[in-house]
Design a protein around this ligand. Sequence first.
Ligand SMILES: [Ca+2]
Ligand SMILES: [Ca+2]
Ligand SMILES: [Ca+2]
Ligand SMILES: [Ca+2]
Length: 374
Amino acid sequence: MTKFITILKPRLLFIIPALVAMISVSCSSEDDVIAPEIQLSEASNNLVISMGETLNFSAENLNKFDYEETWTLADLVVSSTSTYEFIPETSGEYVLSYKAFNEAGEYTFDYTIVVDAKIRSTTVDSNMYVTTLLDYLPAPGQKINTSLGTLEAAQTLEGKKGMVTLGGWGGAVSYAFDHTVLNTEDSNDIIVYGNAMSGFAEPGVIWVMQDENANGIADDTWYEIKGAADELEGTIKNYSVTYTKPDADTDDVPWTDSEGNSGVIATNAYNTQAYYPESVTEDSYTITGTLLPDINIDMSNPTWIKSNSFDSGYADNTPGGDEIDIASAIDSEGNTVNLTGIDFIKIQTGIQANMGWLGELSTEVTGIADLNLL
Ligand SMILES: [Ca+2]
Ligand SMILES: [Ca+2]
Ligand SMILES: [Ca+2]
Ligand SMILES: [Ca+2]
């Protein structure tokens, strides 16, 4: 008897787990669905690609039960099958969520995908200056329609130094570089030359754009370079002014703004041509941008009117030129945007001021260059 038990005991050690396994199988009939158990083709949460590249995602269920599945990008279901091809339209950061679900439960997985913008690298032929005029829409001003205030004047900055005036508040000019100006870490990237003198600045707001959709066209987002006046009282974002063509060329040019104010670009005896741009065929036009306060303008001595510069961040602000850092670019909400570089740049007169016999405050631009190539 003792001998028999001794022989049986080791056998029981094997038989018991086998019995347990049989019981669990018999309890789970074929109709008892279990939640999806997914294996994704891409196992990492954080992915980085460049514009022009695509990502192919697929999901495989490791059990035999039916389920539904969705791929969601920015709250939009982009696929309801086991695969999804991600073809980004612009650079930036994306969140892609995968979900597989049935009555027994669900499986979810989130990807963060960073899409780097396409960088047009510099070559030995790259020009340090902007090379192509994109648009010139001046505001009325005392030098508009003269050799300093025409499309041809704006073109003098293509590939070299030149000179263009933008007229009163909102007047703007934009250009493309022949390469991407890289945002070099902890340093300024671009210099904008003007004709500012000590005590006579005419600050222009600087906007930059990266070719985020990599189509070579300036159809992406303009980001403002945050300058020293950004948080001052009197700075107004998304401000607009409508200028109306006067009856006679030498009449003052009336304007109204988005704040309910009105005024004129006053004509003077020194400049007798039309102040309203001849390139504008409509009888009125509206410009939108950022208004900067006129707090630095001192007209207390009429023979020596002063317009002092802001500390930094504007065109036609500092004698010798104004350096800017692409890292200072902000979006319309005021948030910093981390651009790897920029392809396009725009300068816009930032202050609406009548400076007496000196005429309206108007930003001049005489050159825009990539500091990395200077
Ligand atoms: Ca920089
Ligand atoms: Ca583009
Ligand atoms: Ca000026
Ligand atoms: Ca000037």
